[in-house]
Design a protein around this ligand. Structure first.
Ligand code: KMH
Ligand code: ZN
Length: 271
């Protein structure tokens, strides 16, 4: 079994300081949070950024500033979001990919997202996938529904993405696949041999799905984008606190945690 890759999803597009006052927002706060997560054992940072008003943005400049600040502190793998926030155009969403980060997300289908719709038509998916390919970036395929795996395999057949594939199962979004053990088993069994996967459980499903991933040989994503609580009714103090708990669980279950360079080898990135 490979060592465990832990991804820290620091902020997302939806969480606000009303949800959790410890949410990092500025480039400096995001870089500090990324460094704390790296020190705690995370090897990937899943990155969204905010503008001066704290609103979600896909601004190339703000991504560039944030990435530079993170790189000054540590060698954590930087994975930019191409999901952005619901309602953004595909042109807005792909901006950070043009900075050639090591990784970028690629959601392979449309899904209801609370009261909104996270829109990913075939045209959007092809545009994002071809931009990711053009800039030599490794996609992480974001799966909010089982059919998104089939869509990703279609992209593989059409040459828009290439093996080894890496999936992230985002489970428990209201409108998407539920965060249950049975659903996770179905997703894991539906990806091709040789593919790697992580799970991002939303809200209260974060912890049990993380435990399952550690046991099953998958990888784990935690952070304020997905879950603002440490335990029932208790807000997390930081993203790093959530990473630290996954490291403790992995230690108890005797699954070693990957450094960023070890994660690069597992994912087929340049070391
Ligand atoms: N903010 C969500 C609508 C991604 O980062 O690629 C989409 C999202 C996915 O967060
Ligand atoms: Zn995201």
């Amino acid at each position: 079994m490979d060592k465990l890759i832990i991804t820290a999803a620091l902020v997302g597009a939806e969480t606000t300081r009303e949800h959790n006052p410890n949410l990092p927002l500025t480039p400096q706060e995001l870089a500090d949070a990324a460094y704390e997560c790296y020190q705690a054992g995370a090897s990937i940072v899943h990155l969204h950024v905010r503008d001066a008003n704290g609103e979600a943005t896909q601004s190339r400049e703000i991504f560039a500033e944030t990435i530079e600040l993170i790189k000054q502190r540590c060698n954590i793998i930087i994975q930019v979001s191409t999901g952005g926030a619901v309602g953004m155009t595909v042109e807005e969403r792909i901006q950070p990919v043009t900075l050639s980060p090591e990784m970028a997300t690629l959601t392979t289908g449309t899904v209801n997202f609370g009261d909104d719709v996270f829109y990913n038509s075939a045209g959007y998916i092809e545009k994002i996938a071809s931009t990711i390919k053009e800039y030599g970036v490794k996609p992480e395929i974001e799966v909010f529904e089982a059919g998104m795996i089939d869509n990703a395999l279609r992209l593989l057949r059409n040459g828009l993405i290439s093996e080894p594939l890496h999936f992230d199962f985002v489970m428990g979004v209201p409108g998407g696949i539920g965060g249950t053990p049975k659903n996770l088993m179905h997703l894991v069994e539906s990806i091709p041999p040789g593919a790697t996967w992580s799970v991002a459980g939303i809200g209260r499903s974060e912890l049990p799905l993380a435990a399952m991933a550690i046991i099953l040989g998958g990888h784990v994503r935690v952070g304020f984008e997905d879950n603002i609580y440490y335990s029932r009714g208790v807000k997390a103090e930081s993203n790093a606190q959530l990473v630290e708990r996954v490291v403790r669980l992995a230690n108890e279950l005797q699954r070693p945690v990957a450094t960023p360079d070890e994660a690069r080898r597992i994912l087929g990135l340049k070391v």
